[in-house]
Design a protein around this ligand. Structure first.
Ligand code: ADP
Length: 490
């Protein structure tokens, strides 16, 4: 048999993965490398973009080696990536001019406070927040001497991680896809083009921007002739990988953050309840498909903080054992507003709080509160999604690294009061990138055929009583109010 395969690169917040898929969407090989997170000042989060790129060719070689394949067996490469993170590099040398500013970084909070959130929502689908790329690019142009004039002359290029990888893979192609562009806060959601008013508002020269392309088309070739045929933001990739192709289909991915996306079809739906309107995907020249999104900044990264910041666990999976050592949270709640609060609150100035402390609280209770924080934050975005759509969510499809945690998934089912299920291929971000690339080159012919590849691996039913749920929710809301009260300026 000389069947071919599709290779996906998932450039995530904590790691980069390279996965080889076969025609039935089976994972044939996985290579993964974690990269460091730098926190040089409170609220700052940076990545070394050069290091992230250096990992990619090594991961591709390792995945191919493990799969026993050579490059000529790869039909296409698809890229999914952490979104909003900003890389600025020198066109001539190919070197980043500064560390990448990661989506969780809040250094631009004061610039954001001066923005007109309603205008931005109307033009881009996104509220004013430190989360998006525009103020981060503005910060670099402002703080690195001479950079803005160099950028105006086209000597400095801006890209999100998809652009950065494609530029390096192809030897100089400067493109992005429409899902990534929709997160910069520089793209007009109606025209799907860079918006001159927004470029003027944020002081960003057009010469530094990539071309906006669809999520699935051959941008160019790399690695001796393999088509680079998809780029798609990681959360949109998960929506695609979960085969949420119909309006009303939704998924929630639990990785560094948590992201609930609802397919709303070919017309953008504006949120009245604090959700984001975003591009879901665009396949070739077909009309773009839009999504409503509830973004949670801190989910798995709170578990990482338990490990790296507090040293209470040695590995992320140990949190489940620690949490299971007690029967409840002992009255303790954690609101992880480390990067402010995202959906539906959008308070860049909020800061994290731990409430309900008494001498009774042990590290087991803290572990429980950590997991419950992700579940309650999901409840907040589901409530907003229900209010926006006028329909109640009846089940939730989940994926991502944190879904390995059974206690967490049970808690999500409990606080939402809906069944939760996880597919066999938990790597849905990579799968979505593979699907998009495979469709672009005709490896797969119709998105609908891909639904047959989807198999449920695990599910959780709600077990919590209505009284317990209501009481927990009321306390959570008071804890969120405390995080907002304890803002930077309070
Ligand atoms: P990303 O793609 O955003 O880098 P992943 O999907 O790889 O994230 O998920 C990694 C995150 O999941 C990390 O933040 C880690 O702390 C968390 N995580 C991994 N395993 C577990 C677990 N068993 N319980 C809770 N959290 C976990």
């Amino acid at each position: 048999m000389t069947d071919r395969y599709v290779l996906a690169i998932d450039q995530g917040t904590t790691s980069t993965r390279c996965i080889v898929f076969d025609r039935r969407a089976t994972v044939v090989a996985v290579a993964r490398a974690e990269h460091p997170q730098s926190y040089p000042q409170p609220g700052w989060v940076e990545h070394d973009a050069a290091r992230i790129w250096r990992d990619v060719p090594k991961l591709i070689s390792r995945a191919l080696h493990d799969a026993g394949l050579t490059l000529d067996r790869i039909a296409a490469v698809g890229i999914a990536n952490q979104r909003e993170t900003v890389v600025l590099w020198d066109r001539a040398t190919g070197k980043p001019v500064a560390p990448a500013i990661v989506w969780q970084d809040t250094r631009t909070a004061s610039a954001v406070a001066a923005l007109d959130s309603e205008f931005l929502r109307e033009r881009t689908g996104l509220p004013a927040a430190t989360y998006f790329s525009a103020t981060k690019v503005g910060w670099l142009l402002e703080n690195i001497p001479g950079l803005r004039s160099r950028a105006s002359r086209g000597e400095i290029l801006f890209g999100t991680m998809d652009s950065w990888l494609i530029w390096n893979l192809t030897g100089g192609l400067h493109v992005t896809d429409v899902t990534n562009a929709s997160r910069t806060q520089l793209m007009n959601l109606s025209t799907l083009q860079w918006d001159p008013d927004l470029l003027a508002l944020f002081g960003i020269p057009e010469a530094m921007l990539p071309d906006i392309r669809s999520s699935a088309e051959t941008y160019g070739t790399a690695l001796g002739g393999v088509p680079i045929a998809a780029a798609i933001g990681d959360q949109q990739a998960a929506l695609f990988g979960q085969t949420c192709f119909e309006p009303g289909d939704a998924k929630c991915t639990y990785g560094t953050g948590g992201f609930l996306l609802l397919n709303t079809g070919t017309v953008p739906v504006r949120s009245g309840h604090g959700l984001i309107t975003t591009v879901g995907y665009r396949i070739g020249s077909a009309p773009p498909v839009f999504a409503l999104e509830g973004s949670i900044a801190i989910a798995g990264s709170l578990v990482q903080w338990m490990r790296d910041g507090l040293g209470l666990i040695g590995t992320p999976s140990e949190i489940e054992t620690l949490a299971a050592s007690v029967t409840d949270n002992g009255g303790c709640y954690i609101v992880p507003a480390f990067s402010g609060l995202f959906a539906p609150h959008w308070r860049s100035d909020a800061r994290g709080v731990i409430v309900g402390l008494t001498s009774y609280i042990t590290k087991g209770h803290l572990a429980r509160a950590v997991l419950e924080a992700t579940a309650w934050q999901t409840r907040d975005v589901v409530d907003a999604m229900n209010a926006d759509s006028g329909l109640a969510l009846t089940a939730l499809d989940v994926d991502g690294g944190m879904t390995a945690d059974n206690l967490l998934m049970q808690t999500v089912a409990d606080v939402l009061d809906v069944p939760v299920s996880r597919p066999m291929v938990a790597e849905t971000v990579s799968l979505g990138a593979a699907y998009a690339a495979g469709l672009a080159v005709g490896y797969w012919s119709d998105p609908r055929d891909l639904r047959g590849n989807r198999h449920r691996a695990a599910s959780w039913s709600p077990r919590m009583s209505a009284e317990e749920r209501a009481a927990g929710h009321a306390t959570w809301r008071r804890a969120v109010a405390a995080a907002v009260f304890f803002s930077d300026g309070a």
